[in-house]
Design a protein around this ligand. Structure first.
Ligand code: LMR
Length: 394
């Protein structure tokens, strides 16, 4: 049987991690995978996470299974963080999942179960695992234009034109904030305009929010998504705690579905729990319990939010520093978009050859589409990257 297997194409982000590890140069710089790093290159365990874990060690008296949907207290706490205090409780179904990827996977399984012929519209470009999972599940993928390479901003007219061609019942994947890989985001008004288009054309939004708190702040990052969700009749939302709680390996995520009516809540929740059962039974609990402990304790929550705010402002500072270093070198604001982008990522606009040149000549690792992880930089490496960008002729 196993003789029939053929080699699978490696995920380009994970392949890059491996290439970086194998590079012997001690001057190498990792701007690849989307993991936060502090100025010393470490991905620390957040203070509030450590405290919550200590509390759990002391107080947890069983490791017996949770429910198929995970701990209801986790769903409640995280859905409020993501959707806000006025979330539509009477229409909100949710299941804990293994990370944000698990939430995307379970959400796409739900799409396939409910509407096997629906197409999935993805921004061009998007996180490579979106099309990979959809195609694996046999869901037809369509692309909408999103990024304007000339300005480094969103090509909103092109996005609206392309989504204007979607068929009723199609699903539109939107990045809740901190677009991965481009760093370019919709304005609040644009979110509302997208919502109106979805309603007119009968399209269903699927929001992937994996970087809440990394852009303009916890509530500001969710504002556009919340404005859209307030308008549309139904929606899916995949949330990740990997980045904003720094619990990457604990696999902590939540899939939420806003049902079209309260009558449909029970059957929606049942379908989502069944899909958990079919794929892995009970979702991982440790990270979810840590997150719940933090979000439901005023002191821990305040400390977590303060540390997250430091992470966010650190990345903004690095954005400013890189844009300034490039302005000094090229004598124009051509790279000003780097300061305007939000989140962990920006697309530089370099060609694959230029990306390769920066890797070969300077040991700088970025994804082949020229996505850089801003958090991989520090005060010492910003000028090195700026020099490399100029030397490569970007
Ligand atoms: C990324 O885009 O680098 C992260 O979301 C990590 C991953 O799983 O790809």
């Amino acid at each position: 049987m196993l003789n029939a297997l053929t080699a699978q194409a490696p995920d380009k982000i994970l392949a890059l991690m491996a290439a970086y590890r194998e590079d012997p140069r001690d001057t190498k710089i990792d701007l690849g995978v989307g993991v936060y790093k502090d100025a010393t290159g470490l991905t620390p365990v957040m203070r509030a996470v450590k405290s919550a874990e200590r509390q759990l060690v002391e107080t947890q008296d069983t490791k017996v299974y949770t429910g198929l949907a995970g701990d209801p207290a986790f769903s409640d706490a995280l859905s409020t963080l993501v959707l806000g205090a006025d979330k539509p409780v009477d229409r909100l179904a949710s299941v804990a999942t293994p990370g944000g990827t698990g939430a995307i996977r379970q959400g796409l399984e739900l799409v396939r179960m409910a509407s096997p012929d629906a197409k999935l519209w993805l921004s061009m470009p998007t996180w490579p695992n979106h099309p990979a999972i959809a195609k694996y599940l046999g869901i037809t993928v369509a692309e909408y234009r999103y990024f304007d390479t000339d300005t480094g901003g969103v090509d909103f007219d092109a996005m609206m034109d392309d989504l204007g061609r979607a068929d009723a019942g199609d699903v539109v994947m939107l990045h809740g904030c901190c677009h991965n890989p481009t760093g370019a985001n919709l304005t609040l008004d644009q979110w509302k305009t997208v919502a109106d288009l979805l309603i007119v054309r009968g399209l269903i939004p699927f929001v992937d929010i994996a970087y809440q708190g990394f852009g303009d702040g916890l509530d500001a990052d969710a504002a556009g998504m919340r404005a859209l969700l307030a308008k549309v009749p139904e929606a899916l939302i995949a949330a990740s705690c990997s980045k904003n709680f720094g619990v990457y390996r604990e696999r902590t995520g939540l899939l939420m579905a806003i049902a079209p009516s309260a009558d449909k809540l029970k059957v929606t929740q049942g379908a989502m729990s069944t899909l958990n059962r079919l794929n892995f039974s009970f979702p991982p609990d440790h990270g979810a319990r840590v997150v719940t402990t933090i979000l439901t304790d005023d002191a821990l929550r305040a400390d977590w939010a303060a540390e997250l705010e430091d992470v966010r402002s650190g990345m903004l500072g690095l954005r400013e520093a890189l844009a300034t270093a490039l302005r000094d070198r090229v004598g124009s604001d051509r790279f000003g978009f780097l300061a305007a982008h939000r989140g962990m990522f920006s697309l530089l606009g370099a060609t694959p050859d230029q990306v390769e040149m920066m890797r070969r000549d300077h040991g700088i690792y970025m994804v082949g589409d020229s996505r850089i992880n801003i958090a991989g930089l520090n005060d010492r490496t910003v000028p090195l990257l700026a020099d490399a960008i100029v030397a490569a002729g970007v």
